[in-house]
Structure formats: structure tokens, C-alpha cells
Design a protein around this ligand. Structure first.
Ligand code: ASP
Length: 444
């Protein structure tokens, strides 16, 4: 029988109306047996997430200041959801215990975790599902690192006799018994772990968008949703800052070969985005040649020129040594016969800029050495590029038509992406042109 783990984000559970949508989604398929909720998120753009208010309570309590005003707002939010839904549950005992604990030991992680804990209690009561406390099954070591094997074993054992359960996201406990959270957005990680543990057929991650978009909607109006993306493609796009999923949510499902389906709670009829392994059956895949386009500003290139550089043994090593000894990592390093250009993060370069330049000068005595700031990197990512001739030509034709100067090109050996360096002020136009070239024109 098919089995799905479904995670709902904060905006999907922000008020009673959202709870109703969530319950309708869960009840529409019997296979949606294990549910991982976030804490109530924003109901409107200026609203405050319950998690943020709980952090505030912990801060105030830590400074010995009365936190009851903020805590009362939190209580009102939960009580409002309970009465509006008409569920037969009271959280008064829990509220009192939390307030007492915060006064005695104002631990941030404990405070923040209560957002998911309380929401999980309500959702379990509303659905008639069993509540399984994440503190019993998600286990961290004393340094706060997740113990994945122990956790998977504990979740599997605990759920083996439970047909339907709500397991709150975001937190667990350390081997010493303290409540510990993941970093922000960490309910995604809990969902992924639970999916691995119960060997789910699919991990559905319900949020407020209908999946990953081909590119940033602030740059291109109404961009298409990506139907299918591989984990490797996702990593390339996430590096460029395009993500709606917590980074650590990938490993537990990817290692178990479980796809993630990003879905929209407010538009359950949309299929969303499937995130799959490379061995997925792509025969019915009607995706475009490219999967996504992402860009990031804030890079600099260190340009080095020296006649006969290519025959000088150890040249590259000496240059990289100058970076290494100043604690600077690099992003890309395309080179020519007599030139080498190294792309680095400008903010990381700034504090060691003069030292790096001086050391490169000393190590390799270049004919010419300069730093160019204000560079943006643009990644065109797509598993289909490898087998489609002319993709690179089309990218550069799009840029040439817009008279955009290309400063750097790098195609990874996997042929999964092409990285192009352009001036920061050309980035948005470059993305629009490439979008037009591949997405709009392939539709016509
Ligand atoms: N509630 C937590 C946060 O706001 C975790 C989550 O929503 O995934 O970061």
C-alpha cells in the first residue's frame, strides 16, 4: 500500500482556515498517513510568526524581563485556531508548563520548539491522528549534530504500530535530554527524516507556492513552474540562492531514493515540482531544454596575465596558495594560455584583498594583475543540455542580441550547467533574455 509523508509549512497552518485546507488535503488520500507540521506562520505580510515570538519570549526571559505580553499573543493565536475549528482540546496546561520552564531555564531551542509542538497537538486532535512527540524520536548528539541512524531507528520503531500520526517538525532532543532545534525552516528536515524512516513512496512538502519556478519572479513576470528537477540540478540552483527547501532536507530522502513533491496548500490541484534522482523515468518528461536560470551578485575576479604562463610548472599552485594562505576560497577559475581569472566572493575577498594581491605578485611575478568587482554569476542549469546540440550557442546568442558583455564562461564537466559571468547591472536583463530564448520560444 502506498505511503506518503506530508509536511505543511507555517503559512499552510497559520489560521483555522488554513487548517481546514490541510485537513482536506490529508483526508483526500488514505496514503497521507504521517504528517509533519510547522508552527503557525504569517497570515499576512506584516504578521509575526509564532516561532519569532517564542524566540522573543526566550530573550526576554533570559534577561529576567516579563514576557507575558508576547506569550499572551501566542496563546491567543492557538486558542483562536482551536475555537474556530471547534476542536475539543485545551492547551492551558501546556501553556503553563512552557511559561514555568522559560522562567526557570530560558533556553532558546526549547522556546522555539513549542511552536511546532503546540500546533502538532491541535492538528492531531483535529485529524484524529496520534500525536508523536519529536523529542522522543529525533536525536541529536551533545554538540547538536543530528544522529541520523539512531533517529531513523527510533522513528521507525515508534511508528511501526501507529497507522496515522502527527510528528511536529523542527526539533528533537539531545542524548542528554535537552530540546534541540534544527536551523530555521527545519521542519523540512524532520519531514525528510520521517519519510526515510517509514520508507515512504514520496515526501510531499506543502507550502504556499506551486513548486520551484524556472527563475526569480522578481526578474521575469510569472515564470513557469519546473515540473521535474533532479537533486543535482537543484543543488546547482540552490548554490545560486534559489531555494524553497531547507538544504539539509535533501540528504535523508535522496539517499533513500525517495522523491520530494513541492505542493501548494492553497492550490492543491497544481501538480507542483517533483525533485527526483537521476535514475527517474523521464520518458514522459515534457520539460524544456533548460530546467532553471539563477543569478547571484557580489563576485570579483582576480585577473592574472603572464607571458608563457602555460609552460611554467606550478604557476596555478602558487596563485592558489596565495588564496589558501589568506583563507579565501574560490568559485571558478577559467584560464587561457597566458591568462588566468579567478572568481571569488567579494565580501570574503575584501578583508584580505591587499594581502592576496601582494602575495600573488611575490609568488608569480605577473605582467599584469587586477581585480574587477561588480561581477554577477548566472547559472543556466539543465540535465537535457548534455544531449541537446546548440544550447550554449543559444545562451550566447541571447546575450549578444542584448549587447551584454560576457566576462567569464564555465561549463562543468557534467554538462549540467553553464555559468556565465556578467556585470552586475546586466544580470536581470541577461536572465530575461535567456528565459525568452528557452522558455517562451519553446512554447511557440
Ligand atoms: N517554525 C520554524 C521556523 O520558523 C521551523 C519551520 O517552519 O520549518 O523557522
Amino acid at each position: 500500500m502506498s505511503l506518503k509523508v506530508v509536511k505543511f509549512g507555517g503559512s499552510s497552518l497559520a489560521d483555522a482556515n488554513q487548517f481546514r485546507k490541510v485537513a482536506a488535503i490529508i483526508n483526500s488520500e488514505e496514503s497521507r498517513r504521517y504528517v509533519v507540521p510547522s508552527a503557525p506562520g504569517k497570515r499576512f505580510s506584516d504578521d509575526i510568526k509564532v516561532t519569532d515570538m517564542l524566540y522573543k519570549c526566550a530573550d526576554l526571559a533570559g534577561s529576567g524581563i516579563d514576557f507575558s505580553e508576547t506569550f499572551n499573543i501566542i496563546k491567543d493565536r492557538y486558542n483562536g485556531i482551536i475555537s474556530d475549528l471547534g476542536v475539543d482540546i485545551s492547551l492551558e496546561d501546556e501553556f503553563n508548563d512552557i511559561a514555568a520552564e522559560l522562567k526557570a531555564r530560558p533556553a532558546k531551542d526549547f522556546a522555539a520548539s513549542r511552536g511546532e509542538y503546540l500546533n502538532g497537538k491541535i492538528l492531531a486532535a483535529y485529524l484524529g491522528y496520534e500525536f508523536v512527540d519529536a523529542a522522543d524520536v529525533i536525536i541529536f548528539d551533545t554538540k547538536g549534530m543530528l544522529l541520523l541512524d539512531e533517529t531513523v531507528k527510533a522513528v521507525r520503531e515508534r511508528l511501526s504500530s501507529v497507522h496515522n500520526a502527527v510528528i511536529p517538525g523542527f526539533y528533537g532532543r539531545t542524548t542528554e535530554g535537552f530540546v534541540k532545534t534544527f536551523s530555521r525552516g527545519g521542519s523540512d528536515v524532520t519531514g525528510s527524516i520521517v519519510a526515510n524512516a517509514v520508507r515512504a513512496e514520496i515526501y510531499e512538502n506543502w507550502t504556499d507556492v506551486s513548486g520551484f519556478l524556472v527563475t526569480d519572479p522578481r526578474i521575469v513576470d510569472n515564470p513557469d513552474v519546473i515540473n521535474v528537477i533532479t537533486y543535482r540540478e537543484l543543488r546547482e540552483l540552490a548554490y545560486m540562492g534559489a531555494s524553497v527547501l531547507h538544504e539539509d532536507a535533501i540528504f535523508p530522502v535522496r539517499s533513500a531514493g525517495i522523491p520530494i513533491n513541492i505542493r501548494n496548500t492553497n492550490r492543491p490541484e497544481d501538480k507542483g515540482t517533483m525533485i527526483v534522482s537521476d535514475d527517474y523515468d523521464f520518458t514522459v518528461d515534457d520539460s524544456h531544454t533548460i530546467t532553471g536560470i539563477a543569478g547571484r551578485k557580489g563576485f570579483s575576479t582576480i585577473n592574472i596575465e603572464k607571458g608563457m604562463m602555460n609552460s611554467e610548472t606550478g604557476f596555478g599552485m602558487k596563485v592558489l596558495k596565495a588564496l589558501y594562505e589568506n583563507g579565501l576560497s574560490f568559485e571558478h577559475m577559467p584560464s587561457g594560455i597566458d591568462t588566468m581569472s579567478i572568481t571569488v566572493d567579494s565580501a570574503k575577498l575584501e578583508p584580505v584583498r591587499d594581502k592576496v594581491l601582494a602575495q600573488i605578485r611575490k609568488e608569480v611575478n605577473p605582467d599584469h594583475l587586477e581585480i574587477e568587482d561588480g561581477i554577477a554569476l548566472l547559472a543556466v542549469v539543465g540535465r537535457r543540455m548534455k544531449n541537446t546540440r546548440g544550447t550554449v550557442a543559444r545562451i550566447f546568442a541571447a546575450l549578444a542580441h542584448a549587447r551584454i558583455n560576457v566576462k567569464m564562461i564555465d561549463q562543468g564537466s557534467s554538462e549540467l550547467n553553464v555559468i556565465v559571468g556578467v556585470s552586475e547591472h546586466d544580470l536581470n536583463e541577461a536572465i530575461r533574455r535567456i528565459y525568452d530564448m528557452f522558455i517562451n520560444s519553446e512554447k511557440n
